[in-house]
Design a protein around this ligand. Structure first.
Ligand SMILES: [Zn+2]
Length: 104
């Protein structure tokens, strides 16, 4: 199972437990729920507390190797809140599927 490190709390976690933030080749910074967009990526736990920590410590600046403006952090935080529910719901579905498989 591929492991990645959360740039905020430095914990190693399974890739699917983390939310990827990507810096695209044209310099956009966005949350990448698919995990497949090209560009330099940084991973965060799927927790708003970790996003806030990353914002405070400017962890994304270091991970993405460019200065991330406060306005971009604010925009990402809004996106993060929006995708968090969706992301957690998807993850729960994955776990439900796994449980079903074991039950058979
Ligand atoms: Zn974290």
């Amino acid at each position: 199972m591929p492991l990645r490190k959360c740039v905020a709390c430095q914990q190693m976690m399974a890739k699917r437990e983390l939310i990827r933030v990507v810096r695209t080749p044209d310099g956009q910074i966005a949350i990448d729920l698919s995990g497949k967009k090209s560009g330099r990526g940084a991973y965060l736990c799927g927790k708003l507390s970790c996003f806030k920590l990353a914002k405070k410590s400017k962890a994304l600046d270091r991970a993405l190797k460019l200065p991330v403006g406060i306005d971009i952090y604010d925009r990402l935080e809004a996106d993060f809140v929006r995708v968090e529910d969706e992301y957690l719901a998807t993850r729960d579905e994955l776990y439900d599927d796994a449980d079903d498989a074991h039950g058979q």
